[in-house]
Design a protein around this ligand. Structure first.
Ligand SMILES: [Zn+2]
Length: 306
């Protein structure tokens, strides 16, 4: 409400200065309205839009896609959208029902259709899961494909700004390619090629892209947090067998499993951030997919060599 009031005051103040501002106001309401479900999609879309479109992130910072249910307000946001980007995995099964209801007129794009997906892997002791792993963006190579899909969609829906969208996407994919090259360089020159993630494991596409092996506590974005003795023993065995000195925990985790492994082996824990959910503090501080992945790159270099 405070934000809305602030905007109203700004518009009011601008209105006093004359006709030029009326024109600007009309241009703003004509902007393409784009809604993206989660942070990586939102971040890619705003990079391509570069301010030419209004981009909204549907899930509030800090809220988990795996327990998300759209509110009436969320549905209103989607009803007023021109374009809607979503991943299309287990985390947003609610989308298919909403689209089938016919309430949403936005051009809706499922990003899992853009990339090659893999089945989510069940880890020892877990019930076998059959769904495709939805954490496609954790590979920068996939991120580039996703950005190109976003670019093509924005160009088709808003041809007046197509040149800007293409230029923004070209600059952004160049940065993603640099990141991908740097991550490959870290993996290719590393002392070891196995990581231990003592947490849920939304990193399948990242390790596949880099050719790394892994041991994880739980598959995908399991909401399990209470590691069994056998899970912790399995991770400890990998730490000892591979002479590993750093294990990972995922973002917004209680870190209990990592703590248990660290206590029993003397190793240290590092963050591996999937970008799926950013905290409110990180969001407000302006983190991006690129800044998060840069930090992942540094932590991977430490874990693979330290
Ligand atoms: Zn997830």
């Amino acid at each position: 409400v405070a934000l809305l009031l602030g905007a109203a005051v700004l518009v009011g103040a601008a209105g006093c200065t004359g006709a030029v501002d009326d024109g600007r106001q009309a241009a703003d309401t004509a902007k393409l309205r784009v809604v993206a479900t989660i942070f990586p999609l939102y971040d890619f879309t705003r990079a391509v839009a570069g301010g030419m479109a209004d981009v909204t992130m549907l899930l509030a910072p800090g809220s988990s896609v795996h327990s998300f249910d759209p509110s009436i307000g969320d549905i209103r946001t989607l009803q007023s959208a021109d374009v809607f980007f979503y991943i299309g995995g287990d985390g947003d099964v609610w989308v298919s029902g909403l689209l089938a209801s016919g309430d949403i007129t936005a051009v809706s794009v499922r990003l899992m259709d853009s990339v090659q997906t893999v089945q989510e892997q069940a880890l020892p002791g877990e019930p076998a899961e059959t769904g495709a792993d939805e954490h496609i963006w954790t590979s920068p190579a996939n991120a580039i494909v996703m950005v190109n899909t976003i670019r093509d969609t924005l160009c088709a829906q808003d041809s007046a700004h197509a040149d800007a969208y293409r230029a923004n996407a070209a600059a952004y994919t160049a940065s993603l390619q640099t990141l991908d090259n740097e991550l490959h360089a870290v993996a290719d020159t590393a002392a070891r090629r196995t990581i231990v993630v003592a947490d849920r494991f939304p990193f399948r596409y990242l390790v596949d892209e880099l050719g790394l092996s892994y041991a994880a506590a739980y598959g995908g974005c399991s909401d399990q947090t209470d590691a069994s003795v056998s899970v912790i023993e399995r991770l400890i065995n990998t730490v000892r067998d591979e002479d590993i000195h750093y294990v990972f925990y995922a973002e917004l985790s209680n870190r209990d499993t990592a703590r248990a492994v660290c206590e029993q082996t003397g190793v240290s824990a590092l963050l591996l951030h999937s970008c799926e959910t950013v905290s409110k503090a990180d969001f407000d501080a302006g983190v991006t997919y690129l800044s998060i992945m840069e930090r992942n790159k540094e932590n991977l270099a430490l874990a693979l060599n330290g």
